[in-house]
Design a protein around this ligand. Structure first.
Ligand SMILES: [Zn+2]
Length: 319
């Protein structure tokens, strides 16, 4: 393992025991084609954690036979920070485990001292399919694998996501500014770091320099679990409420990861994020108290919450 590989071993989470083991999906390439897998857009920690598991299970130990960049789009989404050529460096390399840090997926290459870091942002998706399978959108990069023949595609309808090939992750914009991963941060660190952030608690939870991995959707779910109004000021939270928030964050993310994993299983009737309690459930009864869920849109972001379970907070002119 090269030095970069050793460096990334610290991104492997140590608390996997909290998550149920991944069910085996059977041997690939024996008698039937592996299923076509497409990740969802706007992923947050639970979705990316499951993408990481799927890609590791299906790709680790396999060789990238060839790399194709689309004539349009790839120039926008691909950033070769090595200066040595994205296609030439990645052609022929063995894939190792996929790691996750906040909303970045990190592809490790056990015999090569570089890393491919992908931040799908709002519109990037992965597809791991047979070469002839339907594309989920405009494909910018394709990694071709043999035995069985499969393509790992990076699809991005708005070209908002980014793929960085680098020998040093410190060169990736915003990577070093990330706080601890939301699944890794302990209570004391959470309390201490929170003191240096001001403003509304929902805004702070979604800020990667505070904790990495939480976006708009899971912030709503976490705050409902913690019974905290999303627009409460951080400075107005009691010590007890902060402890509750930390617990709710961990539990929501752990439970949701398990639910996302189940969505990908044999039950085809499960729709993505069917398990959400408040986010985008405006008007539906709160499962805890029956009050219709409130929904407020500000800065093109929807915030959903229960006025009864999550009291307080100045709601920008709405009482
Ligand atoms: Zn309620």
């Amino acid at each position: 393992m090269g030095t970069i590989g050793a460096e990334f071993s610290r991104f492997v989470r140590r608390d996997n025991l909290l998550l149920k083991p991944v069910p085996p999906t059977g041997r690939l390439g024996v008698g039937r084609n592996p299923p076509c897998y497409t990740s969802r857009a706007v992923p947050e920690l639970p979705e990316l954690e499951v993408v990481r598991e799927v890609l590791t299970r299906r790709l680790a130990g396999r060789r990238i036979e060839a790399v194709t960049l689309a004539p349009k789009g790839a120039a926008v989404v691909v950033r070769d920070l090595t200066g040595e050529g994205f296609v030439s460096l990645l052609t022929g390399v063995l894939l190792g485990e996929v790691h996750r840090r906040g909303k970045f997926l990190l592809f490790d290459f056990p015999r090569a001292p570089f890393t491919l870091a992908v931040n799908p942002k709002l519109s990037g998706r992965f597809q791991l399919c047979a070469p002839g399978d339907k594309k989920a959108g405009p494909v910018h990069v394709t990694f071709h694998m043999a035995e069985p023949r499969e393509d790992l595609r990076y699809v991005d309808s708005k070209q908002m996501g980014q793929l960085y090939l680098t020998r040093d992750t410190r060169r990736i914009p915003t990577f070093d500014e990330m706080g601890p991963d939301a699944l890794d941060i302990g209570l004391e660190d959470f309390q201490r770091r929170l003191r240096s952030f001001r403003g509304e608690i929902k805004g702070i939870l979604t800020r990667a320099p505070f904790v990495a991995g939480i976006g708009n959707a899971y912030a709503d779910e976490i705050l409902w679990q913690a019974r905290l109004h999303p627009y409460r000021k951080r400075t107005a939270l009691t010590a007890e409420e902060i402890v509750t928030l930390h617990q709710a964050m961990r539990q929501t993310l752990i439970d949701s990861t398990e639910k996302v994993r189940r969505e990908m299983g044999d039950d085809v009737h499960l729709k993505p994020r069917d398990f959400f309690v408040v986010h985008l459930r405006g008007g539906q009864p709160c499962p805890r108290c029956g009050t219709p869920i409130s929904e407020i849109t500000a800065n093109q972001r929807v915030t959903s919450f229960c006025r009864t379970c999550q009291p307080g907070g100045l709601v920008r002119g709405v009482s």
